[in-house]
Design a protein around this ligand. Structure first.
Ligand SMILES: Cc1cc2nc3c(=O)[nH]c(=O)nc-3n(C[C@H](O)[C@H](O)[C@H](O)COP(=O)(O)OP(=O)(O)OC[C@H]3O[C@@H](n4cnc5c(N)ncnc54)[C@H](O)[C@@H]3O)c2cc1C
Length: 594
């Protein structure tokens, strides 16, 4: 019985032979190195040249990150951007080392503006570099401006020969020390005759003499560069996007990349979970196992329920992403939730586990001691949780309305685990009109499991939340009050999160669509798991409702309506006993080679 990825038993048989070999080669790389050496490199901040050699030799990034239409340009007929196997890669890399995952992640981000570009010369050149084993980077952030990318100070100035020079600085740019190319975001000079002050994406070669690498701005194995361009020459052939399309390419790239953070978070939590359960179950205090303490049992059960939920949601969200089209852009709601909610849940899992294993979580020879800090990065990168929750809120009226007569009809989205090129990701078009994206009625997903006590309570909480939104909507001032909106957004996010989990579960339990031979194998998922997961959700809804009630700006009506969401989970002692026994069955199930 297992719902978690375990390198010992992992057989990625849902993928073609080549993909299987590549995934297993990654596992073999980390296991052969062993935990002790991995941790030494982590603490010393050693650059992972051996890892990059492996992925180059085995063409791992080239295989996973070349879409079919780019493959055609460079004679790779079998190329495909296949989210099913990409998720697999993310989870495995997160499981072993977030620093190594980061080299992959920023390569994906760096490739995004190139694959989205109509500049075939640039696409072909970059595809060639990728094939040779190069890594890439995404130059969006600047030291002074954070999330405010409107204010870029990277300026392109026209030269007499019809080209440009770029000057300005970038900060927090992954792989900026070693990338084959960086996709850099900036603006044309305000006095440019053709594009005054307009946005631009262009390619930069970090080996050029006008590229000044300042330093690695973080301590660690991953290289997060600060760099300056000093009159860096930019030929027309290096320009990827001009004007509004450059802005759209930035957003579309982040849409593609940000879900990877959720998958990495799952991998981190899984590895930490094995270590923690094994440690706690084998530790005897006062003549009893630590796992006999009732609070420890509850924390481990909560951690496991949260972790399984993360996996079930992320897999279902991918089905929507892979099925996206001009007519179905619901992924624009689900992706920020994979990013913000799954990664935040990852933090909660690690917090729970850390409370269980206490001092052990600091020891240098554990995986956990790195997980404890690595897990913090994911909610903050590629748009903070706040930015993503603010985005999620744009969908709330149409989503809630779908259960009140304003549903939009869509074809059923099946499980999308098979091989395929997810071409739409690089043809998303402008990310506008979010508030007009319709949703299908989500009530059937809950009705299917309404006999489960905690799903039933949660369903009542949704009704109470809908009442709150209908009878006491945000005032005009609150519509600009991000503090109030964040809490509202968290409550709303929890509902969408729950819906997709139930959909995924119904597909697995009723239709046998369990995603076997993948990290998301749900063959062992049962209704008991769902009931326990929803026990956590009921508590989370109640916590957020109390937070809304306590908001300084909440009106009397809002405060009262918020309290009507508060409810408590139903935990049957026998079911809990069985659930905890399952949790403890993971003790000793996996340990990384020392
Ligand atoms: C390890 C690491 C690697 C990174 N790699 C890259 C990379 O490869 N390429 C790259 O371009 N960038 C990279 N970044 C930058 C990262 O994407 C930024 O950290 C992120 O965009 C947020 O910027 P900031 O952290 O400066 O926060 P700020 O933008 O300064 O935000 C400050 C606060 O304001 C809030 N806030 C800002 N805007 C909004 C809004 N619209 N709505 C609600 N709240 C808001 C934030 O939530 C936060 O609490 C990296 C950062 C780190 C730490």
């Amino acid at each position: 019985m297992s719902l978690l990825f375990n390198p010992r038993t992992y057989r990625p048989t849902s993928f073609d032979e080549g993909t299987q070999q590549q995934l297993l080669a990654l596992i073999d790389f980390f296991e052969s190195k062993g935990l002790a050496r991995n941790k030494e490199e982590y603490y010393s901040g050693e650059w992972y040249a051996d890892f990059l050699k492996l992925v180059a030799d085995k063409r791992i990034f080239a295989t996973f990150a070349t879409p079919a239409e780019v493959g055609e340009l460079v004679g790779r007929a079998d190329a495909r951007w296949d989210l099913a196997r990409i998720n697999e890669l993310n989870e495995i890399l997160g499981f072993y080392s977030l620093a190594h995952w980061y080299a992959w992640q920023v390569s994906v981000l760096g490739l995004g503006p190139v694959w989205l570009s109509a500049n075939d010369e640039a696409r072909g050149m970059v595809a060639g570099l990728l094939d040779e084993g190069h890594i890439f980077g995404f130059g969006l952030s600047e030291r002074e401006h954070g999330a405010d990318i409107y204010s870029s100070d990277m300026i392109l100035t026209r030269t007499a020969d019809g080209g440009f020079t770029a000057s300005g600085g970038k900060w927090y740019i992954g792989n900026g020390n070693a990338a084959g190319r960086l996709s850099v975001f900036g603006k044309f000079a305000d006095d440019d005759p053709e594009h005054p002050g307009e946005y631009v994406f262009f390619l930069v070669d970090p080996k050029h003499q006008s590229y000044e690498l300042i330093k690695n701005v973080v301590a660690g194995q991953m290289y997060v560069a600060g760099f300056n361009l000093h009159g860096y020459p930019v030929a027309q052939s290096a320009i990827l996007h001009v004007g509004k399309p450059a802005w759209d390419a930035a957003l579309a790239t982040v849409n593609v990349g940000k879900v990877n953070l959720g998958w990495a978070s799952i991998g981190i939590c899984e590895h930490s979970f094995y270590e923690s359960v094994t440690h706690a179950h084998n530790r005897v205090l006062y003549g009893k196992r630590v796992t006999d303490f009732t609070h420890v049992r509850r924390m481990l059960a909560d951690a496991y329920a949260r972790l399984v939920a993360m996996k079930v949601f992320a897999a279902r969200s991918t089905d929507y992403f892979r099925s996206a089209s001009e007519e179905d852009r619901r992924f624009l709601l689900f992706n920020p939730i994979t990013k913000a909610k799954v990664t935040s849940e990852g933090e909660r899992v690690i917090d729970l586990l850390w409370d269980v294993i206490a001092a052990r979580g600091f020891e240098r020879d554990t995986y956990f001691s790195r997980a404890a800090s690595d897990i913090r990065a994911l909610p903050k990168l590629e748009g903070t949780v706040h930015v993503n929750i603010a985005l999620v809120l744009k969908f709330m009226p149409r989503y809630l309305g779908a259960a009140h007569g304003a549903a939009q009809a869509y074809p059923i989205i099946p499980v999308r685990q098979g091989a395929g090129d997810d071409a739409y990701l690089f043809h998303q078009g402008p990310a506008k009109g979010l508030g007009s994206i319709g949703f299908s009625d989500w009530r059937p997903a809950f009705d299917r499991f309404a006999h489960l006590a905690n799903v039933a309570v949660f369903r009542e909480q949704i009704d109470a939340f809908t009442q709150l939104v209908l009878t006491a909507p945000p005032t005009e001032a609150q519509q600009k009050d991000l503090d109030y909106l964040q809490v509202l957004g968290q409550l709303f996010t929890q509902i969408v999160y729950a819906q997709l989990i139930l959909e995924s579960a119904a597909l697995a339990i009723d239709d046998g669509e369990t995603r076997p031979g993948s990290v998301s194998d749900l063959s062992d998922l049962t209704e008991s798991h769902l009931d326990r997961i929803f026990a956590v959700f009921v508590r989370d809804m109640a916590d957020q409702a109390v937070a809304l009630h306590g908001q300084a700006s909440a009106t009397e009506a809002q405060a009262a309506a918020a309290l009507s969401i508060v409810n408590k989970p139903r935990i049957d002692p026998e079911a809990e006993q069985a659930f905890v026994s399952e949790v403890l069955s993971y003790s000793g199930a996996y340990e990384m080679k020392a």
